[in-house]
Design a protein around this ligand. Structure first.
Ligand code: ZN
Length: 85
């Protein structure tokens, strides 16, 4: 009985130590996953635009997006002048 209690107690504390600082870790994990999902959506969207022949064209003014903009950000949807606020 005593052995059993000790075993379950140590198991509980082991899983507890994995969850130390749960708030911060969960928040960071969620932020990282959100960032990856946003990137993935942007890439999927760029691939659709590539198939449609819209890739490299500004969504706002329809002009070609500069090569250096696409080189820096391959998923860019706006030209440099339409990106500026
Ligand atoms: Zn534009």
């Amino acid at each position: 009985m005593a052995v059993h209690l000790t075993a379950s107690t140590s198991r509980r504390s082991a899983s507890g130590s994995l969850r130390s600082v749960p708030g911060e870790r969960d928040e960071a994990r969620r932020a990282l996953l959100d960032a990856v999902e946003a990137d993935l959506r942007a890439v999927e969207d760029a691939l659709v635009r590539l198939d449609d022949g819209r890739y490299g064209r500004c969504d706002v003014c329809g002009q070609a997006i500069a090569d250096e903009v696409l080189a820096a950000e391959p998923t860019a949807r706006r030209c440099a002048s339409c990106t500026e606020p």
